[in-house]
Design a protein around this ligand. Structure first.
Ligand code: XMP
Length: 325
């Protein structure tokens, strides 16, 4: 199949156009797949979620979704994937709790690229183990979108399990490969996916792992996850959700002196990052109103274990990248 978006393809901007696309894809998927089975790595990101929802509509229980919890997801994410897909959409979903496997492998590894490699490779190991347990899978579905094809550089790890061992000769199913991100969101919304999934901010494949700077420890990872949840909640309350491109917290592997309840403390700082960008190549820093910043600081230092300071990263890209690792 060609990898060029057909010139006649209209830009999907309305629910009506999205519905027409969905109907067309359901017919095409049924014709391609017949009565065979399809496997999909479902991260809960918008692309894989839209592919899952389309396939559930087209082939129902012939789709097997595998959700790997590597312990580096945001607070509430694995639960949301299970709730939305297993309970609300009646999907055939395998949930794999691989938290200990990932965190044990990552223990003591401080180099960012090594961390990324371990996470990527172990993800494929876990997915391959699950695939091996299943009989009669003929197809592998992927949430490839058009920018992935256009960029055509190294394939993005979070979209691709292309590194599967050779024993698997799955045929690819890529129903949204000609869509741009905004079109994927319109299709997702029309398929009935929750806003929290459809309008989700970008989230790196290695997840919170690259925001727990240096060697990951379980307690510091929890500080990243809890502070991130507070930041997201306060941004949502302030009406900033969907208005700021990407916002998250980072916890470096340093401690500083503080005082809590008249007792000296020696704890981590949390760093807030909130940026706007068009293409992630350059980025500007969001001007968070001071009262909101104060509220976030107050909540983080009082609610997150092991934290006594909060900093706001005021660095644009360049010179800082968006992530810290
Ligand atoms: P940087 O930090 O390079 O990030 O300014 C640009 C965008 O890419 C995301 N990012 C990643 N996404 N795997 C991903 O899937 C990665 O390893 C990774 N590193 C950075 C980052 O969140 C931002 O949106």
């Amino acid at each position: 199949m060609s990898n060029k978006r057909p010139e006649t393809m209209e830009r999907i901007t309305t629910p009506e156009l999205a519905q027409a696309f969905i109907d067309e894809q359901i017919a095409a998927l049924r014709a391609q797949i017949g009565d065979k089975k399809v496997i999909l790595a479902l991260s809960g990101g918008v692309d894989s979620s839209v592919v899952a929802a389309l396939l559930i509509k087209a082939i129902g229980q012939q789709l097997v979704c595998v959700h790997v919890n590597h312990g580096l997801l945001r607070k509430g994410e694995p639960e949301q994937v299970v709730r939305v897909f297993r309970q609300e959409m009646n999907a055939n979903l395998i949930y794999v709790d691989a938290v200990d496997r990932f965190l044990d492998l990552l223990a003591g590894v401080a180099d960012p690229e090594k961390k990324r490699k371990i996470i990527g490779a172990e993800f494929i190991n876990v997915f391959a183990e699950e695939a091996r347990k299943l009989d009669g899978i003929k197809f592998l579905a992927q949430g490839t979108i058009y920018p992935d094809i256009l960029e055509s550089g190294p394939v993005k790890s979070h979209h691709n399990v292309g590194g599967l061992p050779e024993e698997f000769d799955f045929e690819l199913v890529e129903p949204i490969k000609f869509l741009f991100k905004d079109e994927v969101r319109v299709v997702g919304k029309t398929l009935g996916l929750p806003d929290g999934m459809v309008y989700r901010q970008p989230f790196p494949g290695p997840g919170l792992g690259v925001r727990c700077i240096g060697a990951i420890t379980r307690d510091r990872l929890e500080a990243v996850r809890e502070s991130d949840a507070i930041l997201r909640e306060e941004f949502a309350n302030a009406g900033l959700e969907g208005k700021v491109w990407q916002y998250f917290t980072i916890v470096p592997d340093i401690k500083s002196t503080g005082v809590k309840n008249d007792v000296r403390s020696f704890e981590w700082p949390v760093i807030i990052r909130a940026v706007n960008t068009r293409d992630a190549m350059t980025a500007t820093v969001e001007e968070i109103p001071y009262p909101l910043l104060n509220k976030i600081v107050d909540r983080i230092v009082h609610e997150v274990k092991g934290v006594n300071r909060v900093l706001y990263d005021l660095t644009p890209k360049p010179t800082g990248t968006i992530e810290w690792e």
